[in-house]
Design a protein around this ligand. Structure first.
Ligand code: GLU
Length: 400
């Protein structure tokens, strides 16, 4: 429709949001659907954080704040970066937004000119390329293969950099694969970036605290201090603190970039929800012991799903280091036909038939830029996961 902007024709709706919405609609209609699409913890927001939100309401902390966050929260974010990552930031280097999504969007909108390139390892979280396109930039994909544990190599990064490269987006542990870069692996990438001073680094550290088997999280500005000035370190409270719906993300970096992001926010949404900001302050400053408890549960579920997937003929499922996703390959099933008559010629066909025939909602790999795979979010109950894995096994075994 010509009424809509030409820019919008370059992007598609978020597939993760679409799958989650579809699964919920089918459930509301009475269909027996197990949703493994949504990437959000099934745990409730911890009580002390909920109380902080309620207190904010009762104390009348319900008015506008500075467009990119209250001073108290910015202080808490600076303390978090120092405590967890050894990074020194001051409040004027910090931006708080409505979820990690708004932070990344603001940063891309604030910096991209037509034709600017953004290097994105694939598989990627679905919104990086489309946000890049919305901001007028060009996504440049670098394939992180299953054979290389879904990680890119320094040589691949080097080969992707051009004069037009503006950003390199780095996400570890990764959504959708759960793959995490060790310090040495990340150092290999930061050594390349050091040689290209025009390239800025945007990190998505949303899964920092969700790591298993002793995996040690690290972030680029920490591994290579020489990159500090051109790194935007992004994080948020959604995943570790089970606060997806509260919508609080944040970033720290160059003060001029942060000011530019503030300008966009002041002319669009203004401040993130005041109540959520006070709750996020409690999340960052309060006790963290529940995270280890949640991680023990996530690890158990990860192992359950990885074992179940690898037991299926035609599926290969690497064990992730973190996040709450697994990303099995269905290369061994391509070309088969489902009992319902669907030819499994792509991972999208696989996911569609799996939902229609067995009522299991997963996100197809093409949405993340690496096929033929699919993403399972295991942030749901053990019982639901066992039932879902059984249905996936039955579905795959019924393919002919
Ligand atoms: N990050 C989550 C996911 O990948 C939330 C949904 C979204 O905003 O994409 O499922």
């Amino acid at each position: 429709m010509s009424f809509l902007s030409a820019t919008l024709s370059r992007v598609k709706p978020s597939p993760t949001v679409a799958v989650t919405t579809l699964a919920n609609e089918l459930k509301a209609k009475g269909r027996d659907v197990i949703g493994l699409g949504a990437g959000e913890p099934d745990f409730d927001t911890p009580a002390h954080i909920r109380e902080a939100g309620k207190r904010a309401i009762d104390e009348g902390k319900t008015r506008y704040t500075a467009p990119d966050g209250i001073a108290e929260l910015k202080e808490a974010i600076c303390a978090k970066f120092k405590r967890d990552n050894g990074l020194d930031y001051s409040p004027e280097q910090v931006s708080v937004g409505t979820g990690g999504k708004q932070i990344l969007y603001n940063a891309l909108m604030a910096t991209l000119n037509p034709g600017d390139e953004v290097i994105i390892p694939a598989p990627y979280w679905v919104s990086y390329p489309d946000m890049t396109l919305l901001a007028g930039g060009e996504p440049v994909f670098v394939e992180a293969t299953l054979e290389n544990a879904f990680k890119i190599t320094p040589d691949q990064l080097e080969a992707a950099i051009t004069d037009r490269t503006k950003w390199f987006i780095f996400n570890s542990p990764s959504n959708p694969t759960g793959a995490g870069y060790t310090r040495d692996e990340l150092k290999g990438l930061t050594d390349v970036l050091k040689r290209h001073p025009h390239v800025w680094i945007m990190t998505d550290d949303m899964y920092e605290h969700l790591a298993y088997d002793g995996f040690e999280f690290c972030t680029p500005a920490q591994v290579e201090p020489a990159l500090y000035d051109r790194t935007l370190t992004c994080n948020g409270v959604s995943k570790a603190y089970c606060m997806t719906g509260w919508r609080i993300g944040y970033a720290a970096g160059d003060a001029k970039l942060i000011a530019a992001m503030r300008k966009i926010q002041s002319q669009s949404t203004s401040n993130p929800c005041t109540i959520s900001q006070w709750a996020a302050l409690e999340a960052l400053n309060g006790p963290h012991d529940f995270i280890a408890e949640h991680n023990a549960v996530f690890k158990r579920r990860r192992d359950l799903v990885v074992e179940a997937m690898n037991a299926i003929d035609g599926i290969t499922c690497p064990t992730p280091d973190g996040a709450f996703y697994v990303y099995p390959s269905i290369a061994g099933l391509i070309g088969k036909t489902s009992a319902g008559g669907t030819t499994i010629d792509s991972d999208e066909a696989f996911a569609t038939a799996l939902l229609e025939e067995k009522g299991v909602a997963v996100v197809f790999g093409a949405a993340f830029g690496l096929s033929p795979c699919f993403r399972i979010s295991y942030a749901t109950s053990d019982d639901a996961l066992k039932e879902a894995c059984g249905r996936i096994r039955d579905f795959c075994n019924s393919l002919s």
